[in-house]
Design a protein around this ligand. Sequence first.
Ligand code: NDP
Ligand code: A1CAB
Length: 278
Amino acid sequence: MLTKKRLFFLGAGSMAEAMIKGLLAAQLLPAEQISVSTRKRTEHLQELSTTYGIHRCQDKRAEIEAADIIIIAVKPFDVATALQEVRESISARQMVISVAAGIATEDIESCFSEQVPVIRAMPNTSSFVQESATALCGGRWADQEHIALAENLFSAIGISVVVKEGLMNAVTGLSGSGPAYFYYVFEGLIQAGLECGLPEETCRTLLLQTVYGAAKMLKTTGKEPAELRRQVTSPNGTTMAGISVLEQGDVLNHFVQAVKRATQRSEEMGRQSNPAHV
Ligand SMILES: NC(=O)C1=CN([C@@H]2O[C@H](COP(=O)(O)OP(=O)(O)OC[C@H]3O[C@@H](n4cnc5c(N)ncnc54)[C@H](OP(=O)(O)O)[C@@H]3O)[C@@H](O)[C@H]2O)C=CC1
Ligand SMILES: O=C(O)[C@@H]1CCC=N1
């Protein structure tokens, strides 16, 4: 579906690069059909162009007009300015996909004079290795074909699910930010291994396989995490001793609070960065 489409990335940061890397690895479309732009870091455009063979944007407006899909990948508080600059080059024959946290489809739609189809998506940086967990929803002017096209794109770089827009802030707090929670745990476990006398390389090798194995167990057995945890936990053994420390620190509840706070932050950013109010 996407083989002949031209993609324009408004923004060339972590998320845009992760998506580009994943899309090219999936061979969904040729690199020359992808164009990227930045605000000021033009040297970064050259780097991306050299690394991935994608088109280095020279004339933002003309290239946006020629694109089929415009992907908004700037920070939420930069969406308003970025759209102001290019909104007249975007028409209803195109499609906009925004990955900006918190920004509602209707607020993006209101920037255009035409009925531009808008998809709001929340991937994560594991797009880089084609393992993103993406949730997406369609705005007022997006029909089933637009949603299918977006699913096609995000399924090439991981898995994708369609949700109601009212759930997008929660998705952002959970799986958009999600990789960072797991990296945080990983950092803690590396530090633990070092303090217990293991060499860093050994810690990393053992932990990488442990986290990969645990994810694969969850995925392939379909069992509840609590049940899998029980299988590891011998009565009065090492796991029970370790978990009791986490329970004393109410760590599980801290994860719940972290995701709730991230969800709330997504809502706040949506209100504070609303492009419709600029
Ligand atoms: N990072 C993540 O894990 C995820 C991020 N997101 C969303 O993706 C979006 C981008 O995040 P991230 O990649 O982390 O951010 P970065 O700061 O890494 O990248 C932002 C990019 O936007 C560019 N930019 C800013 N203003 C403009 C403009 N007017 N025109 C063109 N380009 C512009 C910047 O250019 P310059 O460097 O020149 O200023 C930079 O290349 C955010 O809205 C975020 O909510 C969604 C899911 C996960
Ligand atoms: O931290 C952020 O705001 C972005 C959105 C989801 C992941 N990173």
